[in-house]
Design a binder for this molecule. Structure first.
Ligand code: ADP
Ligand code: MG
Length: 796
């Protein structure tokens, strides 16, 4: 059986009760197969000793120490034990929140195994997130230096899993072990045998056991290599198959990317006829390059009447790239329409096996290799062109407007459009703006999210079905089951990286319909402000055409970026105040919503929350992050009492969020304190300041996105990136690169280069680029190999 075919519900695993299985759904774990495919994101290697003195260089210390003494702090219920230890290299304190029982177990004078994350606080080295156990061997160590020679007794490699509320690391480890024992046998290989041989991979069966339960780190890595390769191969196979079906040609193998990021293709066999030349051309269209320039007169001339009305209405000139890209897409929409029409007319057209089993759309069903290209070649008999385009444009380059033009083109052909945004806030903002621009042209727009209430909703859905709505704007609710379109011809997906491949498929399915034996799909325009480096774009999106907009609207002044060290916030705040006094507005962004562990900062009240309810990882990460809620109070009451401040984050209800954003737009609010909910899309030209606290906590692309929220009007704008005192060297490099460059593509390349394995937080991780185990920055070479192997499989 294949792993993903193990459909037994996860509740069948021993140790998984109703509560836990409910929590697991948040990690998309429903079946045993899902659970076993929940691969560790990292390993805690306890096979090596790590001394206290090296705490800053490592994630975790793993050592043998002597207990010097016990100390206490706090009063009454809050009284907390501190165990002072020394491992021969340094002295440190174990802070035992809610673990007073350790007093009796870990006695002064004894020797212990210790592992945990340590940091310096109040001038001493501390950990509140540690494991400690008595050293079993009898050692009498009066000389602490003797400890240096001793190996900790618990030397194993422990998987570290991604968690969610209600699931701890220990639970996850235990239930996965149980699942392996109960169901983990007889798992089939999915990689063809030749390739297993070629790369000396381990069998799938073995890989599954080793990845969850490795004896050594080497074993874990070998398993990860096999599973990553399988994942990439399946992915490549699926998108290349799609690409083949769209273009009728299998792409060339890519040998390598040279140091400038240029592609070195394998030489194709001689080109024998005109069709081949055409095919090679269409294959290369996919490269991320700009389209031809077009003059304004030529552009205006090419517009449909509705589009002409819009261009007359907007108060500025389109950029060169906006015009080129619109022109290019108009052609595609027209072509699709004309072909469709032609088929409708030639009713007796001989139709091949187009879409005979919907095989164009089975890209996600990638399990089965082998039904190679030849089986589907008939698909080119009657082909209706559909646009499948990724529009990449740096933040602020004006993608929304481009999308509107393209919508108007589809509407000219009597089609409907769906305009999808990843967050409620952004969808609402789009809906309002689009309505403002298009209502007077007679275009009928409507807004739909999960929150639109039932009576209005039914009315809206009926209108949609009857073709009385031209553009429906909303969140992924646009594609939920009960939403039926009259004739969906174009789906626009804003901030595409936030959506996964599966969602893309669902959208296609919505608009797909059979007419005269021909299957029609809606055109799809995906937009992304996270520039994807060419090397990745070519391998990850070879089923899409890619357009790039590099020119910025001419009224823009580059944002000035200042790096501010933690402790010097006042300088930034003062600069912001000057801007506010001029009537401008500001954003403040924090990495967390609330600081659940703030009591830890205040020792007298420490210990109210049980750290047992959280995994070690969570304790560490939440306690270190600055929170929007807490800082909102500070900013509103102490720093900017004379201005109106407001707070938004993902836990505030959607309507409230929209209202706050409206008030920010209309100037009723001057300071908006937020989490990264405002990372995408939010557009307020009067905001001139962006303050990002703990900036080093964010990925580079994310910071670039956040910075892109300002500098959208004609005024000079500023971004203040406040970085932590204990920022790492590479953190400093990243900050400097951001200060120097405003080019999203350059930043994305740097981001990919600088990101260490397992460090995929930030935008690349989400959506289309999200893999279970493969990591596109770590596995770059493998990605290329998988692509070439998939080509081989398709042609074999
Ligand atoms: P993004 O590409 O980041 O999605 P938006 O579409 O939100 O950018 O556009 C940012 C702002 O720029 C909007 O206020 C929009 O009206 C404005 N804008 C778009 N195109 C132009 C242009 N050619 N000249 C001036 N302003 C423009
Ligand atoms: Mg946008």
């Amino acid at each position: 059986m294949k792993l993903e075919q193990i459909k037994t519900p996860v509740s069948a695993v021993s140790g998984v009760g109703p509560q836990l299985s409910k929590s697991l759904t948040r990690l998309n774990i429903f079946t045993v197969g899902d659970l076993l495919s929940h691969f560790p994101k990292d390993y805690d290697d306890k096979s090596k000793k790590v001394y206290l003195k090296d705490f800053a260089k490592v994630k975790k210390v793993h050592t043998v120490a002597k207990v010097l003494r016990h100390e206490w702090f706090g009063f009454g219920k809050m009284r907390t034990l501190k165990i002072i230890i020394n491992d021969g290299t340094a002295t440190a304190e174990l802070i035992c929140f809610n673990r007073q029982f350790l007093e009796k177990m870990i006695l002064p004078g004894s020797v212990v195994n210790v592992s945990g994350q340590f940091f310096v606080k109040y001038n001493s080295l501390q950990s509140s997130s540690f494991d400690v156990s008595k050293f079993k061997q009898n050692v009498d160590c009066n000389d602490l230096k003797q400890l240096i020679e001793l190996m900790p007794e618990d030397s194993s490699v422990i998987p570290v899993y991604k968690l969610t509320e209600g699931v701890t690391q220990k639970q996850m480890i235990k239930i996965i072990k149980n699942a392996l024992n109960q169901y983990g046998h007889g798992i089939e290989d999915e990689i063809p045998f030749e390739l297993i041989e070629k790369y000396k991979l381990v069998s799938k069966q073995q890989a599954i056991f080793m990845v969850h339960n490795p004896e050594t780190l080497e074993e874990a890595l070998a398993a990860r290599r096999t599973l990553s390769y399988e994942e990439l191969l399946k992915f490549q196979y699926a998108i290349l198959k799609r690409s083949y079906k769209r273009r009728g040609v299998i792409p060339s193998k890519i040998l390598e990317f040279d140091e400038n990021g240029n592609v070195v293709y394998e030489q194709k066999n001689q080109i024998s006829n005109v069709d081949d030349v055409k095919n090679q051309k269409s294959e290369n269209q996919n490269a991320t390059k700009n389209v031809n320039k077009i003059s304004k007169a030529e552009f205006v001339d090419s517009l449909s009447p509705l589009q002409k009305k819009l261009i007359e209405k907007i108060p500025f000139d389109l950029t060169q790239d906006q015009m080129s890209v619109i022109f290019q897409m108009d052609e595609e929409i027209d072509q699709g329409y004309l072909e469709r029409n032609k088929i409708a007319i030639e009713e007796n057209a001989t139709v091949g096996d187009v879409g005979e089993n919907g095989s164009d759309f089975d890209a996600l069903n990638v399990g089965a290799f082998g039904s190679g290209a030849s089986g589907t070649a008939g698909a080119s008999a009657v082909k209706v062109h559909t646009m499948n385009r990724l529009l990449q444009g740096d933040v602020g380059s004006g993608k929304t407007l481009v999308a509107l033009f393209v919508c108007l083109r589809a509407i000219s052909w009597k089609g409907q459009c769906a305009f999808m945004a990843p967050t409620e806030i952004l969808a609402k903002q789009h809906a309002d703006k689009i309505a403002k621009m298009l209502d007077c042209l007679g275009v009928r727009t409507a807004f739909l999210t999960g929150n639109v209430k039932s009576s209005g909703r039914n009315q809206l859905l009926k209108a949609l079905k009857d073709g009385e709505i031209d553009i429906l704007i909303g969140t992924h609710a646009l594609f939920s089951a009960n939403v039926v379109y009259n004739d969906l011809q174009l789906a626009v997906i804003d901030e595409q990286h936030r959506f996964g491949v599966a969602q893309r498929q669902a959208i296609l399915a919505k608009g797909r319909k059979a007419e005269n034996n021909v299957i029609l799909e809606p055109h799809m325009l995906m937009m992304s402000a996270t520039p994807i480096p060419q090397s990745l774009a070519l391998t990850m999106f070879s089923d899409l055409d890619i357009s790039v907009m590099k020119t910025m609207p001419s009224n823009r002044k580059p944002v000035i970026t200042y790096l501010v060290k933690e402790g010097n916030e006042k300088n930034a705040y003062d600069a912001v105040r000057k801007e506010l006094e001029k009537g401008n507005q500001a954003y403040f962004v924090y990495p967390a919503i609330e600081n659940e562990f703030e009591s830890f900062d205040d020792e007298s009240s420490a210990g109210e929350k049980s750290s047992f309810e959280y995994s070690d990882d969570e304790v560490i990460s939440t306690r270190r992050l600055k929170s929007a809620e807490r800082n909102f109070e500070h900013l509103a009451q102490t720093v900017f009492p004379e201005f109106k401040c407001a707070l938004v984050h993902g836990r505030i209800d959607d309507e409230e969020q929209s209202k706050i954003l409206n008030d920010f737009h209309s100037g009723k609010i001057q300071v908006l304190v937020a989490t990264t909910v405002i990372e995408v899309g939010v557009d307020n030209p009067k905001a001139t300041c962006m303050v990002i606290e703990q900036a080093d906590h964010f990925g580079m692309s994310q910071l670039h996105q956040l910075r892109g929220r300002v500098g959208r009007g004609g005024e000079q704008s500023y971004c203040f990136m406040i970085y932590s005192k204990n920022i790492t060297e590479s953190g400093i490099e990243r900050m400097k690169a951001l200060r120097q460059s405003a080019d999203g593509f350059y930043i994305a390349e740097q981001d990919l280069k600088n990101r260490g394995p397992g460090e995929m937080n930030g935008t690349l991780q989400a959506g289309a680029l999200e893999f279970k185990i493969a990591d596109v920055s770590r596995d770059k070479k493998m990605l290329l190999a998988a692509r070439n192997d998939a080509i081989w499989l398709l042609t074999k």
